[in-house]
Design a protein around this ligand. Structure first.
Ligand SMILES: *Cc1c(COP(=O)(O)O)cnc(C)c1O
Length: 400
């Protein structure tokens, strides 16, 4: 029996863990240091760490509300459903926009039609680590006086026009949750260049509680688990246990807390290798792209010109819905944990008041039924990628 490659994975080394635990024992101001690190790395004047991407978005929304009475938040109908939680928690109204089946990201034209003087902010998401058309989206938002919150939760390291995703709006955020491009178990980062917004964000962040001693202990234990879980031998042997800790698609609520020093110290250690990790994500995705492009029955995403994706996973549309599960099972059986993230579009997860007798967001629904995701993290080796391509070879032969 071979080892299974997990669907998500940040390579955490033994020395990263040692460095993190020593730094905390030493009482170092790791959170502040990690924020300073990001100011430099992102080229943004203000950076704030919190306990999750969801909390980051929550803090941003609370800050934006201070500047405007508008109540609508526009977001893609196919993305992380948990984004609805902070919108509801701040008393704002989620308004969905359909996605494009070409780019798998927000449909720019439909976004323009839905933006209005009631729009507090637009939330463009760079799905699967592929930059979306931010230039156009920022332009149409500016015309309506709406803020742009750049959701780079799953696209850290991706670049558009020479700039990192997350830095392309008025304010942006990232996630360091398990499945993201780089993980410290959990975590969220807010960045902005706007001093007034930064002040409001800082005040809102101050209001968050520090995690208590028990949850800090829990985080410490899980951080060790995370480092082990990305080792295929460990993952294979302890899969039933690890599955219990996995991020489930829908959490009923979110806990907003501060980030921990241990995770910041771990992050500082892992980020020494960030460029390398993002580079492998890009090249693994492009390998799949090259080998699967131009096959009848598959649709690959259109990558924007002057963009460099940092693939969180590599997304593929399988036109024949019936075939998706078959392919998924065969890839998993070959030892690579492919997935079908977000099995439902947001309007099918939450009742947001839309009339569903005729699907208002058909492209989002289509993606949820047809997308298959292949891991691109650095634990995927060339022969793992080749195994995946071989499964496709059998069902979607190469055309000449
Ligand atoms: C994961 C994710 C989030 C939420 O981040 P958490 O740290 O899991 O709370 C938000 N937006 C997108 C696009 C994501 O992929």
């Amino acid at each position: 029996m071979g080892w299974i490659i997990p669907s998500a994975g940040t390579p955490i080394l033994f020395q990263d863990l040692v460095q993190a635990f020593l730094a905390v024992l030493d009482g170092s101001r790791a959170v502040q240091k990690f924020e300073t690190f990001f100011q430099e790395y992102l080229g943004q004047r203000y950076c704030f760490l919190v306990n999750s991407g969801t909390t980051a978005f929550y803090v941003i929304l609370k800050a934006l509300k201070r500047f405007s009475n508008r109540g609508d938040v526009l977001l893609p109908a196919y993305t992380a459903p948990s984004l609805i939680l902070p919108i509801n928690a701040t008393g704002l109204k989620p308004r969905l926009v359909d996605v494009s089946l070409e780019t798998f990201n927000l449909d720019v034209e439909k976004t323009g039609l839905l933006l209005s003087w009631e729009t507090l902010c637009l939330l463009p998401v760079h799905m699967f680590g592929m930059p979306c058309a931010m230039d156009e989206l920022v332009d149409v938002s500016k015309n309506e006086g709406a803020f742009v919150v750049d959701d780079a939760a799953s696209s850290m390291g991706a670049v558009l026009n020479g700039q990192l995703t997350g830095t392309l709006g008025n304010v942006g955020f990232y996630s360091f949750n398990r499945g993201k491009n780089l993980s410290t178990l959990s975590g969220g980062l807010i960045c902005t260049d706007d001093p007034e917004l930064a002040l409001a964000i800082e005040e809102e962040r101050e209001k968050l509680d520090a995690p208590n001693g028990l949850s800090k202990l829990g985080i410490a234990a899980k951080v060790i688990g995370l480092a082990l879980a990305v080792r295929p031998w460990f993952y294979t042997l302890f899969k039933p246990v690890i599955s219990g800790f996995k991020y489930t698609a829908l959490h009923p609520d979110f806990a907003a807390h501060q980030y921990t020093g241990l995770q910041a110290a771990l992050g500082l250690a892992i980020f020494q290798r960030a460029e390398q990790i993002f580079k492998v994500r890009t090249s693994n995705g492009l390998f799949l792209y090259r080998h699967l492009a131009g096959r009848k029955g598959l649709v690959l995403p259109k990558i924007l010109p002057r963009s460099k994706p940092a693939f969180n996973q590599f997304p593929i549309i399988i036109e024949d819905e019936q075939k998706r599960d078959l392919i998924l099972n065969e890839i998993v059986a070959s030892g690579v944990e492919a997935t079908v993230l977000y099995p439902y579009p947001i309007h099918e997860v939450y009742d947001l008041g839309y009339d569903l007798t005729e699907d208002p967001f058909p492209n989002a629904t289509y993606l949820s039924r047809h997308l298959l995701l292949i891991p691109t993290h650095p634990i995927m080796r060339r022969d793992d990628l080749e195994k995946v391509v071989q499964v496709f070879d059998q069902h979607f032969p190469k055309m000449n």
